[in-house]
Every structure is written in C-alpha cells, then in structure tokens.
Design a protein around this ligand. Structure first.
Ligand SMILES: NC(=O)c1ccc[n+]([C@@H]2O[C@H](COP(=O)([O-])OP(=O)(O)OC[C@H]3O[C@@H](n4cnc5c(N)ncnc54)[C@H](O)[C@@H]3O)[C@@H](O)[C@H]2O)c1
Length: 233
C-alpha cells in the first residue's frame, strides 16, 4: 500500500494542507470502529472530490486496495508520519492577552500532539501569572534556554509581531503561526502560517453579498402575478 521513498518526494502545499483534514476524518471513522474506507467515503467525510483525494494520497504512495479501499489505521499512520506527528511538538505562545489566554487553554492542541510549553509576554503585570497551569515568562527567560524544535505562535498586536518573529527566528525557531493581522518578513527556511478570522469573514461577506444580488435579481425577473379582481355587484 505504501512506497515510503515516494512519500519523501515533493508534495504540493495544497495537498499538505488537506492532509490534516484527511487525518481528522480518519480519526472520526476509527472512533466509530471502521477498519477500511473507500476513497469515495473518505472524500465525502473530508469534503473533497474523490479524484483529488486519490491524487493527494498517491503523493504518500498510498493507493488503497481495489475493491477494498484504504486501511484506516495504516493510512492514519502514514499521514501522521508525513506530517511529522509521531511525536509531540512543543509550542511557545507569545502575547498572553485575550487570544493568548484562549489558545493556552485550548485542549485541542494537546489531543493533536502539540504541547503548549511556554507562555511569553513583555508586560511585567502579566509575567509571573499562571495561565492554564503554566507561568508566563519574559522573552529574556525564553532566550536564556532557547527551545529546540519549537513552534512559535504570535498573539501580540501587529505592531509588535515583526519584532517577536525576529526574536523567535534568532532563537532558532523555524515554524511560526501568526495570528497578528500583518505580513511578517522572515529568512528563507522559516515557515509562517497565518490565521486571520477577519479575512475569512470578509470572504464570506463577499459571498453573502453576491448571493443576495442573485436572489434580488431573480426576484426582479419573476413574473408579476395579478391579483384576481373582486366582483363589484
Ligand atoms: N487571527 C485572528 O483571527 C485573530 C483573532 C483575534 C485576535 N487576533 C489578533 O491577535 C493579536 C492579539 O489579540 P488580543 O485581543 O489577544 O490582544 P491583547 O491586547 O489582549 O493581547 C496582546 C498581548 O501581547 C502582549 N505583547 C505586546 N507586545 C509584546 C511583545 N513585544 N512581546 C511579548 N508580548 C507582547 C501584550 O502585553 C498583551 O498581553 C492581535 O494582533 C489581534 O489582532 C487575531
């Protein structure tokens, strides 16, 4: 089912972005006791077309068995291995305001193999506080023992985000998840992923506006039905 060397060859970014979706769908199937799944069933559970799913999984060297489908446990392992999820990753959250608090308390990171290990802020009123069982430290504290293989999460105001990214990169961080609404400049070899709920809402607003225009347009084109005249005598 798997050709491991093939899985090491270049996988398109869009495919990588869908692998966690397949993983989540497979997890849900496994939880209900499903052993094997067809590409059509898995594609439907993941919300993609089955041809796309098959193409994506072919990059991992997974082709399934004709007439049987994919072994759920095995495919989960293969995707998890490709994503580097066989071991826990430590996460440092920088900026312990509203968002930082919520992220630190989010149990979904731990269940997916991400251990929030450091909480960082610059505000002396916040440093030393305990949030979700961890003590908030300063950047200098973090820099005194630069963490290895850590994923940095930026939850500071945008005005501070570039300086925070620079400090994380100086410490050897190669992977950053940026929640601040700004573009970060980082050297080659550093991967930045951006989360921006406001942008997502703007895209939905666009969709909503055009849907309404279509509905209004259809209403304008609808034939006018004349009310029956009442008898006068
Ligand atoms: N991506 C999204 O969908 C989304 C959603 C909500 C908020 N945000 C963004 O997340 C960020 C945080 O929002 P919030 O509401 O938690 O803000 P907040 O003001 O409540 O918290 C910001 C925290 O960052 C700390 N901080 C500032 N500069 C710092 C630095 N140089 N080093 C370390 N810590 C520093 C502050 O002391 C504060 O505790 C903002 O940029 C906001 O726009 C993004």
């Amino acid at each position: 089912m798997t050709d491991a060397p093939a899985a090491r060859r270049g996988i398109p970014g869009a495919t990588v972005a869908r692998l966690p979706v397949y993983l989540r769908a497979l997890g849900a199937l496994a939880a209900t006791g499903v052993d094997t799944v067809s590409s059509e069933e898995l594609a439907e559970a993941a919300g993609v077309r089955s041809a796309k799913l098959r193409k994506d999984l072919s990059y991992l060297g997974s082709y399934g068995v004709r007439g049987v489908g994919y072994d759920v446990v095995r495919l989960r392992e293969e995707i998890a291995r490709e994503l580097g999820l066989q071991h826990d990753w430590a996460v440092a959250i920088v900026g312990m305001g509203n968002l930082g608090h919520a992220l630190a308390a989010y149990s979904g990171f731990a269940t997916r193999g991400f251990r929030v290990a450091w909480l960082v802020d610059e505000d002396p009123a916040i440093i030393g506080r305990t949030i979700a069982g961890l003590t908030v430290i300063s950047f200098d504290d973090l820099a005194s023992e630069p963490p290895q293989g850590v994923i940095g999460v930026i939850a500071t105001p945008p005005t501070a985000a570039q300086a925070v990214a620079d400090r994380l990169v100086d410490m050897g961080v190669h992977s950053i998840l940026n929640f601040a609404p700004c573009v970060l400049n980082v050297p080659d070899g550093v991967e930045v992923r951006k989360v921006d709920l406001a942008t997502e809402l703007q895209i939905l607003a666009f969709h909503e506006q055009h849907t309404r225009e279509e509905i209004d347009g259809i209403a304008d084109l609808a034939p006018v039905v004349e009310e029956p005249k009442e008898a006068t005598s």
